[in-house]
Design a protein around this ligand. Structure first.
Ligand SMILES: Cc1cc2nc3c(=O)[nH]c(=O)nc-3n(C[C@H](O)[C@H](O)[C@H](O)COP(=O)(O)O)c2cc1C
Length: 405
């Protein structure tokens, strides 16, 4: 198994900041990039300097921050636009103003930021942010269209309350979204052309109008798998029960509540997917009878009969198409883990089962970390030691990639 390396660790990122009101958010983004281990150089446009000082960025990245005045009056021996253009493995501009988009669209290299982009062949990600009427103006639309036609990624601003007091598209996306797009741009797209269906979270089996049977699953493992697959280029669909951590809004989601609803969603999508990862903790039993209102506290004891829920994995394996990869998950007490995992692997005809012990606080349900054992249909077994669920997700996808070879 390859050692895990975070996507942005050691990557050289050029961060361009323009003169929009959202410039005040960018030091936060810079901190996140540095925390991820990226090497970041910063260019502020002339407009940006009116909103935020180079000193703030310099203090955070401990590197000289380049401003417009450095372009034609550079430090001795330095040609900023070519050196920064060659340095960058990715160029990220946030916020990208209307005026910057116009200069770039016309190839006007009077600004250091535009000249640097022209002098680079790194992927370029632009995050425009501006007043809605500006964003919707044909001049801006034309410029965006032209820039996008060169292969630069121009991300549509988010809709919401704007600094100018209006409401509409124009907001800079949250840091999390900007980072996710950057990670996707820099990650190996080894799951492109691959449709991946992932289930996550618990199911809820209703007893009456306000009560249900469920389990402690947080859905984090499934969400981590969905985000990792998305970053690696897959087309992802996440079918999930109630989650305690929200996935990136960039991921297509189908929320469900009961095991029966999850079964229906999975089985209807199954014919179209290449890989199915069943990370949800689906209830095995549901109350046989349900009450339409709230069950009253009238008798001293109450017996509830339970019946089996649909066995989704079994149904899936009976309908699978040749070439589909089906991965199951098992949460078991450590003592029974290998035999239970192998039994499920065989009985349900899976390619791989990911088994994790539930009797340790740092693994399994509700925890941010996990330790798992991968049991393959061909008899192999791999141990993935304790790590954040994001890391485990990445390693599970590595194992699936091997299976597809
Ligand atoms: C208070 C204020 C807020 C502004 N916010 C934005 C903005 O969010 N987006 C934008 O495109 N322009 C905005 N502008 C206009 C730009 O600052 C202006 O076009 C400037 O020339 C951009 O400079 P630059 O392209 O060098 O970064 C704003 C101007 C002011 C005075």
């Amino acid at each position: 198994m390859k050692p895990f390396r975070r996507i942005l660790t050691g990557k050289k990122i050029l961060l361009g900041v323009c003169g929009g009101i959202a410039a005040y958010k960018i030091p936060g983004l810079l901190r996140r990039l540095i925390k991820e281990g990226a090497g970041v150089r910063v260019i502020l446009t002339e407009g940006a300097e009116a909103f935020i000082t180079p000193l703030t960025f310099e203090a955070l990245c401990r590197e000289k921050v380049f401003c417009q005045c450095d372009f034609l009056n550079p430090p001795p021996g330095c040609i900023p636009h070519t050196e920064l253009g060659a340095f960058a493995e990715a160029i990220l501009v946030a916020p990208a103003t209307a005026s910057f988009l116009a200069s770039l669209a016309s190839g006007d290299a009077r600004s250091l930021l535009v000249a640097t982009i022209l002098a680079s062949r790194a992927p370029v990600l632009l995050f425009p942010a501006m007043n809605t009427k500006m964003w919707e103006h044909p001049a801006v639309k034309e410029n965006v269209k032209k820039i996008a036609s060169w292969g630069y990624k121009v991300f549509t601003p988010e809709e919401g309350a704007l600094a100018c007091g209006e409401w509409g598209p124009g907001r800079l996306p949250e840091e999390e979204i900007i980072l996710a797009h950057l990670e996707k741009t820099l990650a190996l797209q080894d799951f492109s052309n691959c449709k991946v269906l992932i289930t996550a979270g618990p199911t809820r089996e209703p007893l009456d109008a306000v009560r249900f049977l469920s389990n402690r699953s947080s859905g984090r493992m499934g969400v981590a798998l969905a985000e990792a697959a998305w970053k690696r280029g897959a087309e992802v669909i996440l079918v999930h029960g109630p989650l305690s951590s929200s996935p990136l809004p960039l991921i297509r989601r189908i929320p469900v509540e009961t095991a029966a609803q999850m079964a229906e969603a999975v089985l209807s999508l199954l014919p179209k997917v290449d890989i199915l990862l069943m990370a949800a903790a689906v209830a095995d039993y549901r109350p046989q009878d349900t009450w339409s209102g709230k069950l009253k506290k009238t008798s001293p004891s109450l017996t509830i009969s339970l019946e089996r829920t649909p066995d989704i994995l079994k149904e899936v394996s009976s309908r699978r198409k040749p070439g589909q990869v089906i991965v199951g998950f098992a949460a078991e007490e450590e003592e029974f883990l290998p035999q239970e995992a192998r039994r499920k692997l065989k009985e349900k005809g899976l390619d791989l089962i990911v088994a994790n012990p539930i009797d340790r606080p740092e693994t399994g349900f509700e925890s941010a970390t996990n330790e798992v054992f991968l049991f393959f249909a061909d008899g192999r077994k791999i141990h993935l030691p304790l790590a954040p669920k994001e890391v485990i997700a990445w390693q599970i996808l590595d194992a699936i990639k091997e299976l597809q070879k």
